[in-house]
Design a protein around this ligand. Structure first.
Ligand code: 3MF
Ligand code: MG
Length: 346
């Protein structure tokens, strides 16, 4: 029997989400698939069975022509679309970027795809459209003019914002997802700070529609602290969505189960989200490992969700007065120790 994971006492939406791409066939840059690819719509019941409330998808996974069928299938299995996103990275046409491509025709195509994704999101009932920086960036210096590229991002997102507002009011919000590298050697919008700066440069009448989707692994790949990235978004009122996972050190993107590598920091993250009254969706961006058998493909979803719920409960039990007191007493190490005590349930 299916149990849906929920976060007790969470403000706003308290179910969890995951991407349909999380249940891939197990390919990596050095080897092909180890499992047969599951048709995208057949991944919806698997996500539901694994206890998810929301699913997320790219336009290449659920194209406009499939949106009606996806909506129906999701309803049948009790899932809602939490987030929809245009892929500016899978199609070879975007090999040197989309909005920042030097080729005007490709920039126009990316805008067209972006607007179509906004409309598809509305039909699917998703309130958030994410733009991951994907292939926006460069492998070789001087192949793009950085200042021009930044202006193209400003212009592109201004047009996306204008369209979203005219067509859908404030029902669709846009969250930009930073990543410092991979697939490009250097990516524009590498960090949360860069995304917030970009938003500050948008037409003021569109700015309210734009926020951030920080991802745990992306901050860690950049060598940055994820919690501070999230706190910066909260301070700016721009924490629109969250991608949770784990990352084993500062290297290639691993999309490991949430709660696996740095549970103490994850606990601290949840304390901050609880205290901020974060209302939006917590979603996983994880990758079923190529070593997992087809019948266990959803293990990574369930392990992440279980870790999250356990850590969330531990975070609820953290005595904020103790944190406050240890801060007052300037006992930073003791504060770390107190978090350990809470984590280990002692
Ligand atoms: C890559 C990512 C992406 C984005 C996705 C949503 C494929 O590191 O994190 O996942 O999350 O494209 O926009
Ligand atoms: Mg992500």
């Amino acid at each position: 029997m299916k149990t849906t994971f929920n976060l007790p006492q969470k403000a706003g939406r308290n179910g969890l989400g995951a991407g349909v791409w999380n249940l891939g066939p197990g390919n990596d840059p050095f080897g092909g698939p180890t499992r047969e690819a599951i048709p995208i719509l057949d991944r919806l019941p698997i996500l539901a069975q694994a206890g998810m409330t929301y699913y997320e998808a790219h336009d290449v996974e659920i194209p406009a022509s499939q949106v009606g069928a996806a909506r129906k299938r999701a309803e049948e299995v009790g899932l809602q679309c939490g987030m929809y996103t245009p892929s500016f990275f899978a199609d070879p046409i975007f090999k040197d970027g989309a909005m920042t491509s030097n080729d005007l025709a490709i920039r126009k195509l990316s805008l067209k795809n972006a607007l179509a994704a906004i409309d598809s999101a509305a039909v699917l009932g998703a309130s958030t459209v994410v733009f991951w920086n994907g292939r926006e960036g460069f492998d070789f210096v001087l192949t793009k003019n950085g200042q021009e590229a930044f202006k193209r991002l400003v212009e592109g997102f201004n047009l996306v914002g204008q369209y979203a507002r005219e067509r859908h009011g404030t029902s669709i919000r846009i969250a930009l997802e930073p990543k410092p590298n991979e697939p490009r050697a250097n990516m524009y919008l590498a960090t949360v700070g860069e995304v917030l700066y970009l938003i500050s440069r948008l037409d003021p009448s569109h700015q309210a529609l734009f926020g951030v989707n920080p991802e745990t692994a992306h901050s860690r790949i950049a060598g940055l602290d994820y919690l501070w990235d999230v706190e910066m978004c909260l301070e700016a009122g721009k924490l629109f969505h969250i991608h949770l996972n784990s990352q084993d050190g500062q290297r290639y993107d691993q999309d490991l189960p949430f709660g696996y590598t740095e549970p103490l920091k994850d606990l601290a993250l949840l304390v901050v989200l609880q205290d901020a009254g974060y209302e939006n969706i917590l979603a996983f961006d994880i990758k079923a490992p190529r070593t997992d058998e087809p019948k266990h493909i959803a293990d990574i979803i369930e392990v992440s969700a279980q870790n999250l719920v356990w850590l969330w409960e531990r975070a609820l039990a953290v005595d904020r007065a103790v944190i406050h007191q240890l801060r007052e007493e300037k006992r930073n190490t003791a504060l770390a120790g107190y978090l350990g005590k809470c984590l280990y349930g002692r």
